[in-house]
Every structure is written in C-alpha cells, then in structure tokens.
Write a protein that binds this ligand. Structure first.
Ligand SMILES: CC(=O)SCCNC(=O)CCNC(=O)[C@H](O)C(C)(C)COP(=O)(O)OP(=O)(O)OC[C@H]1O[C@@H](n2cnc3c(N)ncnc32)[C@H](O)[C@@H]1OP(=O)(O)O
Ligand SMILES: N[C@@H](CCO)C(=O)O
Length: 388
C-alpha cells in the first residue's frame, strides 16, 4: 500500500499511517502514528536531511523546550544555528520511537476493543524491535518526500537505530554516526533491563499492567527501575565527583529512612530518588517495558551467524563510530567490534574513542570533544555529498 496516500496529519508534526506496519513478530499494527519535530528547511535538492534518533527515554524534543519538563531539548547543545548540527544548513528530523509515550503509537495509545470501545494497549501492545522502530521512521521519511538522508545519528538506543538504518536502507543513508552504542545488546545490559522490569512488576500499583483502570501508575516500581538504570549511565568517577560521601538531612517520618544515623542520608541517595521521581512524571511504565525489550532483542549479527559485517555488505555509507572511555554499559570494546566488522566491508569508517569520565550519558552532557568530532565529521561528509 502507498503509505503516502494513506497518511493523515493528526496535528502539526503528528501523522497517522492508516495502512500501519507488519512488525517483525508478524503482528500487523494499524494505524501507526508517528510524532516528530523538525528544525531547519529541506533544500530544493532534497539533500540536506539529518535524522536524529533518540535513546531509551528520550523523545522528539531534541532542540527545543520539553513540553512536560520545561527543560531545554536533550541535544540543544548540538543542534541549532551555528552548532555542530547546523539548522541553518540542514533539515533536522527527530521522531518519537514506535512504542514510545510522546505521541507515536505505543502501549498508551488507544486501540479498538471487540465491544466497540477503546482502551490503551497496555501489556497487549505487540513486541517490537529496533527494526520496527526504523520501519515506522521510514514511513515518515517517505511521507516527507525525503529519498536520501544525508546523515543519521544518535546515542545508545539511538545508535542502534542508526546501525539498523544503515543495514536496512543502505542506499538511503549517506553518513551514519552511531554513538555510545553496540551492534548487539550484551547479556549484562539485558540483565540490568530485567531488574528494571521486575521493579515495575513488584509495584502494588502495577495491576497486571492495567493500572489506568485503577487510576494509578506503578510510580514506585518505575522510579526504582530508573534509579538502578541511572547508575549504569554514570561512572564511578562521576558519582564520586558529584557526591563523594557527602550527606544531607533525610526526610523524616513514615519509615522513610530506617537505620539512618543522625537523620541523614547520602547525597547520592537523594540524587537517585530525585531522578526516579522526576522520571515517572514523564514516562509510561508499559512503554519502558516495551522499549527495554526492543533493546534486548537487538543483535545485528543474529541472522548472519554472528558475522557483524554481513548486514553492511556492499554499503557505501560513511561511518563515524564514537565511544566514551568510561562507558561501562556500551564499552569501547563493543564499538571496536563494530568498527572492525565495518572495516571489512565499508570504504569510509572512522572510529573515535573520547576520553571522558562521565560514563554512558557523556553523549548527553557537555563534552567538547563530542561536539568537535560531530562537527568535523558532518562538515567533511557534507563536502563529499556536495551539500551547499
Ligand atoms: C538521547 C535521549 O533522548 S536521552 C533523554 C535524556 N534525558 C534524560 O535522560 C532525562 C533525565 N536526566 C538525566 O539523565 C541527566 O539529568 C542528564 C544526563 C540529561 C543531564 O545530566 P546532568 O546535567 O549531569 O544533571 P544531573 O544528573 O546532575 O541531574 C540534575 C538534577 O539532579 C538534581 N540533583 C542534583 N544533586 C542532587 C541531590 N544531591 N539530591 C537531589 N537532587 C539532586 C538537580 O537538582 C537536577 O534536578 P532537575 O533535573 O529536576 O533540575
Ligand atoms: N539516559 C539516557 C540514555 C540511556 O541509554 C536515556 O534515559 O535515554
């Protein structure tokens, strides 16, 4: 079916594709809604589009104030006029992933029930993969009339999407920048995700995933999931630098801090509680479960007896792989495996390990070497692509 014909705009930068998508699991999901933001202008030659893919709990608000948190966009340091991803020159698109909770179809979306009513998908939302996310993005890219992306970039799960784009639609990706990512999700990372999921299931407000029926959310479980995951986004050095062993006065009453000496708590405890409680205001538990599973399934070599170069055979995409020295979640060793595999089949592969003590989330933080690397690679690739 011609998706450009069956697409309807629900509102500004929110499109429904009536024909939907057949997912990797075989389920046909229809309609598929895609929420996105754009910055800059598509050139008359249609050659300046850059797709930015967000990470696990990110969203399309990459370079503007977030509507729920009021915070600047998660990459507003990098995307804008005069910045490494120059919006006076490039047309930048960022899409909320399939399975997300910021407007694209996900577990919180309403579906038709057999009795004619509508209710959220919840845990009945079909399992999705990174490839499904990319297929949903492709619907939108086609709808926007873009035939070739000048560049696709993103960190962490965003980097997985970058690799999937380059593997699935090689002719559409001129340059790819996978950052702080891996060609497969490791056993250690699957293990961390499973602990997060169990924290959600253990919350009395989980209600088998139908929490909306109880006018509740599994806030405690989701917060604990985030607290645990957030530790993996930092590094020992970063935690020491930020908090050391400093303490502050602890909240009193309701058994909030049993065993605490002198009514104190460690700053790092307070920080993690803050990260947990702010997270639940902006994220849906069923989305969290769906997306962490999609990350867990990611394994580019799975269909090729583990050979990571075969998905990219014949590629003409230029790659710039970036890792951070203190990232223990997506360590440099995994990026190096990817670089070695790509070097066997691709003519243009750069690999940069950035010295940083900030851990995995370094790609979201003020890291001048990251900005310089992206600026340099994008400028060089634009010259090769002869972008005005
Ligand atoms: C690619 C993507 O799309 S990913 C999505 C990115 N966004 C997120 O992950 C949102 C969650 N936030 C984060 O993970 C991080 O804040 C980052 C990575 C975005 C930024 O990190 P940093 O700038 O180093 O901020 P930091 O981790 O220190 O957190 C600051 C917050 O902790 C609070 N905080 C700091 N110390 C303490 C403490 N001891 N006790 C309680 N709260 C504390 C600050 O008040 C601040 O709160 P606020 O965010 O509500 O204003
Ligand atoms: N902290 C980021 C990166 C995780 O990989 C997020 O929450 O999406």
């Amino acid at each position: 079916m011609d998706q450009t014909v069956s697409a309807s705009c629900l509102s500004h930068q929110h499109v429904a594709f009536a024909g939907g998508l057949t997912l990797e699991c075989g389920f046909h999901l229809a309609p598929v809604e895609v929420a996105y933001r754009t910055y800059g202008t598509l050139s008359p030659r249609n050659d300046n589009a850059i797709l930015i893919c967000h990470a696990l709990t990110g969203d399309q608000y990459v370079a503007e104030t977030h509507p729920l948190t009021g915070k600047p966009g998660w990459w507003s340091r990098l995307v804008g006029p005069g910045l490494p991803i120059e919006t006076d020159r490039f047309f930048v698109i960022c899409i909320n992933v399939l399975g997300g909770c910021m407007g694209s179809t996900g577990p919180r979306s309403l579906r038709e029930c057999p009795d004619g009513g509508r209710e959220p998908w919840g845990t009945d939302f079909p399992p999705i993969t990174i490839r499904d996310m990319v297929q949903a993005q492709k619907l939108l890219i086609d709808h926007l009339g873009i035939t070739k992306l000048f560049a696709v970039l993103g960190g962490s799960m965003g980097g997985m999407q970058v690799l999937q784009w380059a593997a699935t639609f090689p002719e559409m990706v001129f340059a790819a920048i996978p950052i702080a990512t891996s060609p497969f999700h490791s056993a250690q990372n699957i293990a961390f995700n499973e602990v997060s999921r169990q924290a959600i299931f253990a919350d009395p407000q989980w209600h088998g995933g139908r929490y909306w029926e109880h006018d509740a959310i599994p806030a405690r479980g989701l917060a604990v999931a985030r607290m645990m995951a957030h530790i993996t986004y930092l590094s020992e050095e970063a935690l020491n630098r930020k908090f050391g062993r400093r303490v502050r006065k602890a909240p009193q009453g309701n058994g909030a801090n049993p065993g605490s000496l002198f009514g104190e708590m460690f700053e790092v405890e307070s920080y993690l509680r803050h990260q947990g409680s702010t997270f639940v205001r902006r994220f849906d538990a069923n989305s969290y479960l769906t997306i962490t599973r999609a990350m867990d399934y990611f394994d580019l070599g799975a269909d090729y007896e583990g050979d990571l170069s075969r998905p990219f055979r014949g590629t003409r995409t230029r790659f710039c792989i970036i890792s951070f020295s203190s990232d223990w979640l997506f360590p440099t060793s995994q990026a190096r495996l990817l670089a070695r595999a790509l070097n066997r089949v691709a003519a243009n592969v750069s690999f940069v390990e950035i010295e940083s003590d900030k851990g995995h989330d370094a790609f979201l933080l003020d890291e001048p070497d990251l900005d310089r690397t992206i600026r340099g690679f994008v400028a060089g690739a634009a010259e090769h692509a002869r972008i005005a």
